[in-house]
Each structure stands twice: as C-alpha cells, then as structure tokens.
Write a protein that binds this ligand. Structure first.
Ligand SMILES: Nc1ncnc2c1ncn2[C@@H]1O[C@H](COP(=O)(O)OP(=O)(O)OP(=O)(O)O)[C@@H](O)[C@H]1O
Ligand SMILES: [Mg+2]
Length: 225
C-alpha cells in the first residue's frame, strides 16, 4: 500500500472547549500526491495540518504518517520524526530576521543530520538549490534577513521546507500574502521541486484558482462526518 497519510475516525477537540471539533472518518493520501485543502475560515484547515505534523494530537481515532502513529511517540522522537520527514511553509513564511538567509534555510537541519558531520552536504545542497531558484550566494550570506524582498522570502521558505529531504510538505495559506505574479512563481517553484524531489504536498488555501495545479482537492467541510 502506497498511503503515506492515513486518517481513520479522527476526532479533535480543543481542551475542554466544545465550540469546535474536527471529525474526519477517513482520509488517505498517497505518496507524491499534491493535494489542496479548501474550507471556509475556521473550518479546521490549520488544525488538520497541525495534527498531521504532530504539533497537535487527536482526541480520538488514528492518524498514521508513513505507518507511524506520531502522537504515540515521545516528544523527542516526535520532534525528530517531524524534522526528518516533514517540511512546513507558513502563511507569512516566518523567516527569522536576525538570522542570515543561509541560517534560516539550514534551521531544520539542526534537529537532524546536521549534527552528525554532514554539514558539508547540507551547505552544498543549499547552494545548489538556491542557484536553481536564482538566489545569489551574496544574498544567502547576508548578515540578516530583514531586507529580503517578498519573492526572496518565499524562495527561502521553500528551501527551508525541503532542505532536510522531507517526504511531505505542509503549506498553510502560503500564497495569501502574495500578489498574482509572486503567487504563480511560488506555485511553479514549489511544484517543480516537489516533482524533482518526489515530495507529497498538502496545501491549505482559500484560493480556488490554485486547484488546477494540484492532483486532488479536498473540501474540509465535505470530508467532515
Ligand atoms: N489554540 C486554540 N484554542 C482553541 N480553539 C482554537 C485554537 N486555535 C484555533 N481554534 C479554533 O479551531 C477552529 C479551527 O481553526 P483553524 O485555525 O484550524 O481554521 P482554518 O480553517 O485554518 O481557518 P483560516 O482559514 O482562518 O486559517 C476555529 O473555530 C478556531 O477558533
Ligand atoms: Mg488556517
């Protein structure tokens, strides 16, 4: 079986609060699929992505990522599993201004292989990927990231998400801050890199015009029980 994400009878409720619950009877995602998740504001898109990355744990039911029930792992193992397997792209990209672009990209590596004498490999990989995305070396090596353009930030965010060779990228509203040109560039870069690196992609969005770029769309309001 080729499913890299399998959700069964999932229930999620916030602590002691009954206003919102996310219920998903079944959701299966195959390796290398590109899926866009739609749903009105507050329907639980970010909650679902946070459950898949193990930031949140289901109240009931099972959620397996690559045959692993991540919520059953210890905190340390969970953090390692996430760092090794999952790349995340945030809505506002969350680039840390006080780090250089290079340090921003390498940040996820500090939780994984980077410590194990693999620094050269990750530096080489960063410079090679940056070249592919037309980010010059002098930009990567700037002292800080506060003066990056939106277009540069979005490419740094993509590189940070893929640097650890994840099998899965979770992108939460990652195009909502972008104008039309930047949006198209961002989607094209992300799609090409996911194809080249054989990455499964799950993206949450309000923007139905993006649907054509994906294999499948999920309307969260419809998969709910
Ligand atoms: N930390 C929290 N504690 C309690 N309730 C929360 C918390 N975060 C989100 N919620 C609630 O969970 C529900 C789902 O929120 P979520 O952020 O997943 O929606 P969303 O589909 O991502 O919305 P948007 O499109 O606006 O980003 C909402 O009703 C929200 O109020
Ligand atoms: Mg959200």
């Amino acid at each position: 079986m080729n499913n890299v994400i399998e959700i069964n009878d999932l229930l999620f409720e916030w602590n002691n609060k009954k206003q919102f619950s996310l219920k998903i009877k079944e959701l299966k995602v195959q390796n290398k699929q590109k899926i866009i998740i739609f749903g009105r504001s507050g329907s639980g898109k970010s909650t679902l992505l946070n459950l898949i990355s193990g930031i949140l744990s289901p109240t009931n039911g099972t959620l397996c990522i690559k045959n692993t029930e991540i919520n059953k792992l210890s905190q340390k193992k969970k953090d390692q599993f996430r760092a090794n397997n999952i790349g995340v792209i945030f809505q506002q990209f969350n680039i840390l201004n006080y780090l250089s672009p290079l340090q921003n990209i390498l940040l996820p590596c500090f939780f994984t292989q980077f410590k194990k004498n693999n620094k050269e490999y990750f530096y080489d990989r960063t410079f090679a990927l940056a070249q592919k995305l037309d980010i010059k070396k002098n930009i990567l090596l700037q002292n800080n990231s506060k003066d990056l353009s939106v277009g540069q930030k979005q490419r740094i965010a993509i590189l940070r998400a893929i640097i650890n060779k994840p099998f899965l990228i979770l992108a939460d509203e990652a195009t909502s801050a972008l104008d039309e040109n930047n949006k198209n560039d961002f989607i094209n870069l992300l799609m090409n890199l996911c194809d080249e690196e054989k990455i499964t992609l799950l993206m949450a969005s309000h923007d139905t015009s993006l649907e054509k770029n994906f294999d499948t769309s999920i309307n969260l309001e419809k998969v709910l029980l």
